[in-house]
Design a protein around this ligand. Structure first.
Ligand SMILES: [Ca+2]
Length: 194
């Protein structure tokens, strides 16, 4: 009788603590590589340049930006639902050069429907390498200004244009060019010559 009461009490306590809700789906994060130097960490609103590989739970690779398409890393804005929720949650606080493995439950990926090669209710594993982190647009208006073709995504060209505008501002204001900005300039030069 005492045990029954105790178990009833514990269950009620649990429901009370959780507010009767199911626990929220979580992303499992494993850091695969952390660079020695970290000038800044990614946060909501930043624009990230990433390489990524995606796997289904049976080990099938469904995408790799290293080997597919134009084999280039992709830009996206963190935390504005431009990408699946699992990425928005799992790619915060990262350094440029850091690599993470994310295991994302279907609720934070493509859910009950699935999408393309992704079957319904699929748990996905991504290996993601952050190549570059830049300040994103700080307001709705500045995002719209950057998004030249109004598709609610920032393409490589649109982000590159922001980089060029930033450098112009630095020349005008004479602001000290930080290591990150310097690296960006080098990378841009590299890309233009290759
Ligand atoms: Ca766009």
């Amino acid at each position: 009788m005492f045990l029954a009461c105790l178990s009833w009490f514990c269950t009620s306590l649990l429901v009370f603590v959780n507010g009767g809700k199911l626990p929220e789906a979580e992303v499992k994060i494993t850091v695969l590589h952390k660079p020695f130097l970290c000038h800044r960490k990614s946060k909501y609103g930043d624009i990230l340049l990433v390489h990524h590989e995606g796997y289904l739970s049976n080990g099938t690779k469904f995408h790799s930006s290293y080997t597919q398409g134009d084999k280039q890393p992709v830009w996206f804005t963190l935390g504005i639902k431009e990408v699946i929720k699992g990425w928005d949650k799992g790619l915060q606080g990262m350094c440029a050069g850091e690599k993470r493995r994310l295991i994302i439950p279907p609720a934070l990926a493509y859910g009950k429907e699935g999408k393309g090669k992704i079957p319904p209710e699929a748990t996905l594993t991504f290996n993601i390498e952050v190549i570059e982190i830049r300040n994103g647009p700080r307001s709705h208006e500045s995002f719209q200004e950057m998004d030249l073709n109004d598709d609610w995504k920032l393409s490589k060209q649109e982000v590159r244009r922001l980089g060029q505008m930033d450098r112009r501002t630095e020349r005008v204001t004479g602001r000290q060019v930080g290591p990150q900005t310097g690296r960006w300039t080098d990378r841009q030069t590299d890309r233009q010559t290759d």
